[in-house]
Design a binder for this molecule. Structure first.
Ligand SMILES: [Zn+2]
Length: 77
C-alpha cells in the first residue's frame, strides 16, 4: 500500500435567486421542522429568504490525474 497524490477539480453548486443573487445557507438559523427538514438560505443580494432541503452552496471535488512525485526522498513515511 502507498499514498498517491491526485489533482482535483473543485465544483460548487449554487442556487441562483430571481434577482441574480446567490442563496447562502444561514447556519445561525435552526432548520424548519418540516419533513424532510429544510434549511434557511438568504439571497446575498437583496436578502430574500428561501428554504431548501440541501445546504447550499454544495462543494465537491472531482478526482483528477495522479501526480507523479518528482523526488520520492522527500516523502515522509
Ligand atoms: Zn435575490
Amino acid at each position: 500500500m502507498k499514498e498517491q497524490k491526485f489533482t482535483c477539480n473543485p465544483t460548487i453548486i449554487q442556487t441562483i435567486c430571481d434577482c441574480g443573487g446567490v442563496f447562502i445557507i444561514d447556519r445561525s438559523a435552526s432548520a424548519l421542522t418540516s419533513d424532510p427538514p429544510k434549511m434557511k438560505h438568504i439571497c446575498d443580494k437583496y436578502g430574500k429568504v428561501e428554504y431548501f432541503q440541501s445546504l447550499y452552496p454544495i462543494v465537491f471535488f472531482e478526482i483528477g490525474k495522479p501526480i507523479e512525485e518528482e523526488s520520492p526522498s522527500k516523502v515522509v513515511k
